[in-house]
Design a binder for this molecule. Structure first.
Ligand SMILES: Nc1ncnc2c1ncn2[C@@H]1O[C@H](COP(=O)(O)OP(=O)(O)O)[C@@H](O)[C@H]1O
Ligand SMILES: [Mg+2]
Length: 305
């Protein structure tokens, strides 16, 4: 799947701004960014549900705009909100959907049986979809999205309403699909989910601000991450936020995590800077994570505008 210059305007608002993307076959590709950065809008354009203001995309060999109907038929799409029938049972929802996809009776029953097993829905088959728990609903929504075995599956914040255990199970299902050759594009605002993706794009107010594998993104960080401990973390946090070269500060338990734009001398630089300010602190380098990447790239974006 390739997108070139994909752009969506709503009046004066540029919701998606000249996005270039390349998603490879059978990879789990993440879309990371805060609310309103353009994830859903991009996914809807790639599904052929929303027409772009500018730009083109090739999805499963079909050109967008133009071949939107073929794209809609062949992809799988799971929306941010539960979009099945709450007053139909699990079985009725799947049977209805199989009919929509044009399955005959026998193949429909075979496929639904597979889905019961794969997504642990067999025991729930008689239950109204509207009474399922968050995790069960997501399993049903995923089963529905893959009914026709799409080669490309787009999932828009699929786990935002489920508990941590169900999130882990759900991600196992996604990797299982990728192992079988399905290409997945998943949007999320959870860092831990983004870290699991083969590759990801970070979006900020409609712009693509970084993309690559999680380790490439971390290796490309312009500075160094430090762990800082002191007697007065709150006071320390305050003075760190005033410092030049400090891109971000977060409190993790009793210590602070500080992202600086300085390289190898970062720890000694910060120790002496704090001492000059009368603060005694223990400073040591620590492994960067995706949140540091996120802070660094969105910060760069703010400074450029
Ligand atoms: N149909 C619409 N009409 C007007 N503005 C919209 C519409 N859909 C989305 N937006 C705006 O576009 C921006 C991106 O939204 P969205 O793609 O939903 O972001 P995300 O999914 O990352 O939270 C937001 O500012 C949102 O308010
Ligand atoms: Mg959204």
């Amino acid at each position: 799947m390739v997108a070139r210059n994909l752009t969506k305007r709503f009046g004066d608002l540029v919701a998606v701004d000249h996005l270039d993307l390349r998603v490879r076959r059978a990879e789990v590709y993440g879309f990371l960014g805060p609310n309103g950065c353009g994830k859903s809008t991009t996914i809807r354009m790639l599904c052929g549900l929303l027409s772009a203001s500018e730009g083109t995309a090739t999805v499963l060999g079909h050109e967008l705009p133009g071949e939107a109907e073929a794209v809609k038929r062949q992809i799988g799409y799971m929306t941010q909100r539960f979009s099945l029938y709450g007053d139909l049972s699990v079985a009725e929802n799947l049977e209805f959907l199989a009919a929509v996809y044009g399955f005959k009776r026998e193949p429909a029953q075979r496929r639904i049986k597979e889905l019961y097993e794969q997504y642990r829905l067999g025991e729930l088959r008689g239950q109204m979809a509207g009474t399922l728990s968050g995790g069960q609903r997501q399993r049903l929504a995923l089963a529905a999205a893959v009914m026709h075995k799409p080669e490309l599956l787009l999932l828009d914040e699929p786990t935002s309403a489920v508990d941590p255990q169900s999130r882990r199970d759900f991600w196992e299902s996604l990797f299982h699909l990728a192992d079988e050759g399905t290409t997945l594009l998943v949007s999320t605002h959870y860092m831990d989910e983004a870290e699991r993706c083969h590759r990801l794009a970070i979006l900020d107010r409609g712009h693509l601000v970084a993309d690559g594998t999680p380790s490439e993104l971390m290796a490309a960080l312009p500075g160094m991450t430090l762990r800082v401990e002191s007697e007065h973390p709150a006071r320390l946090m305050h003075s760190l936020r005033q410092q030049a070269h400090v891109l971000g500060v977060a409190q993790i338990g009793a210590s602070l995590r500080v992202l600086t734009d300085r390289k190898s001398d970062a720890a000694s630089w910060l120790t002496s800077t704090l001492l000059d300010a009368g603060i005694e602190a223990r400073v040591e380098p620590t492994e960067p994570n995706l949140e540091d990447v996120f802070v660094a790239v969105t910060r760069k974006q703010v400074e450029a505008t």
